[in-house]
Ligand binder design. Structure first.
Ligand SMILES: [Zn+2]
Length: 309
């Protein structure tokens, strides 16, 4: 008989998290504290309280959480102080969840008070100066958003190359899967590969982003890992299996965001585990209902993780 798999066991289990969006990992309570602080500096700040805007009584799915991120949370966390406060809180939360190795991902963004370069540098400084760095090893993945122009995508790769010695290990493709033309990012991912950066891609999240041409284009970027892999046609599944790509399967995200039908027990992870591809169970974007977050856990040895050294 194995140990009882209860909340305490799961929390104490040393875990690896490879698919965590920095901004998506900030709790509503932390965002509430940031809003309180920002309103004390600027009483004219009109943003709604996160505890209301992200209420668990609302219906969250892929159509509702992307606008929440791109309009609301990005605006709230747009100052150096809010980036530092939220990054430190996220690192602390992962450590308290028993995560020992973490790859955080984020799309570099600028605001009136910081450049994209400042943004990346600020996050890396938080990681570097974290009081928990001896128990939680953290690296950064920079994300290209599907709505980015080819020039913006190249800017992300340039930042990843610049900050590779400081802990950036890879480049990701993320964002609203109903938007953008992935073929425009070919050059950017090629450049990332040339410079030794690893590549992970959000892959076949919804049927609209799962056409054969799109999936073939994405595989032509020579990714090391793929996230989600939900609506994958058989020919593409064969190629993924042949290339033994690492798969980041995000069960709680998929179920809560209704990307898959049914419940946790119906998730497609078992069909991928049978292919022999390295599989890791991840948390991904926690839909704003902390009580339902599933703590991630490593299911198989991850043979294609992305450490820099
Ligand atoms: Zn994701």
């Amino acid at each position: 008989m194995g140990p009882n798999v209860d909340a305490a066991f799961t929390k104490n289990l040393p875990k690896i998290e490879l698919h965590a969006h920095l901004t998506g990992s900030i709790t509503p309570q932390c965002l509430h504290e940031i809003r309180t602080q920002r309103r004390s500096d600027d009483p004219d700040l009109t943003l709604q309280d996160p505890l209301e805007a992200m209420s668990k009584d609302k219906t969250w799915n892929i159509m509702t959480f992307f606008p929440l991120f791109s309009k609301y949370i990005y605006e709230l966390c747009s100052t150096p102080a809010s980036i530092i406060y939220s990054t430190n809180a996220v690192l602390r939360d992962f450590k308290e969840d028993g995560v020992v190795y973490l790859e955080l991902r984020t799309t570099p963004r600028s605001s009136s008070s910081m450049s994209k370069d400042d943004y990346v540098n600020t996050i890396l400084s938080c990681i570097d100066s974290s009081p928990d760095r001896n128990v939680l090893t953290t690296y950064l993945i920079l994300s290209i958003d599907r709505r980015n122009s080819p020039k913006e995508a190249m800017e992300v790769v340039d930042l990843a190359i610049k900050y590779r010695p400081s802990g950036v290990v890879g480049v990701d493709l993320c964002g609203d899967p109903s938007k953008g033309d992935v073929s425009t990012f070919k050059e950017a991912f090629h450049r990332a590969k040339l410079h030794g950066l690893k590549i992970t891609l959000h892959f076949a999240e919804i049927s609209a982003s799962s056409s054969l041409p799109e999936l073939k284009t994405l595989l032509s970027f020579k990714p090391d890992r793929l996230g989600h892999v939900i609506h994958v046609p058989e020919t593409i599944q064969k190629q993924i299996e042949e290339e033994q790509l690492g798969l980041e399967l995000c069960i709680s995200c998929n179920v809560q965001a209704r990307l898959v039908e049914g419940d946790v027990a119906d998730h497609h992870c078992m069909s991928w585990i049978k292919t022999g591809c390295p599989v890791i169970l991840c948390a991904s974007i926690p839909v704003p209902n902390p009580s339902q977050w599933l703590i991630s856990g490593c299911r198989r040895t991850m043979s294609v993780s992305l450490p820099v050294n």
